[in-house]
Design a protein around this ligand. Structure first.
Ligand SMILES: [Zn+2]
Length: 149
């Protein structure tokens, strides 16, 4: 007890972890990396889970970063095309660019968890016309907008 873990100390630690995580037989790993089977078994119980969690978190962050960079370059591209189309008077194309930008913003929001928030309650909107008396005595109509749940 209290001894240094030879699997952790191995220069092949990453390979050992990967082999263990992929479910390879301990005997084979012990042979390949010159670490005892006992040490590997202990390492798998005590040290591997933490290492795997860290690795998958790092991969997750890296993946998100890559996605974010990609989406941001798409955003720049859509803006560029939109501005060009607008300048050339090609409004249809400019509109497509705006639509694409909307999608990109949605993607970005999804990526940053913005859309995971619960959607706001729908609000009922009632519009009706009411007859009113105008100052000159005649009748007119007034638009009334009501918000309700
Ligand atoms: Zn270890």
């Amino acid at each position: 007890m209290g001894r240094r873990c030879t699997a952790c100390a191995s220069p092949h630690r990453a390979d050992i972890d990967q082999a263990l995580a992929s479910g390879q037989a301990i005997a084979g790993i012990a042979r390949d990396f010159a670490v005892s089977e006992d040490a590997l078994a202990r390492h798998r119980e005590a040290h591997l889970p933490g290492a795997l969690v860290k690795a998958s978190e790092a991969a997750e962050v890296a993946r998100a970063d890559t996605l974010l960079t990609k989406i941001q370059s798409l955003e720049a591209e859509a803006k560029r095309i939109g501005a060009k189309a607008e300048k050339e008077g090609d409004l249809r194309c400019a509109l497509v660019a705006v639509r694409e930008l909307t999608r990109i913003v949605e993607l970005l929001a999804k990526l940053t968890g913005e859309l995971e928030r619960p959607a706001p309650k729908p609000v009922r909107l009632t519009v009706r016309w009411e007859k009113i008396s105008l100052p000159d005595g005649s009748e007119g109509t007034q638009r009334v907008v009501e918000f309700g749940e």
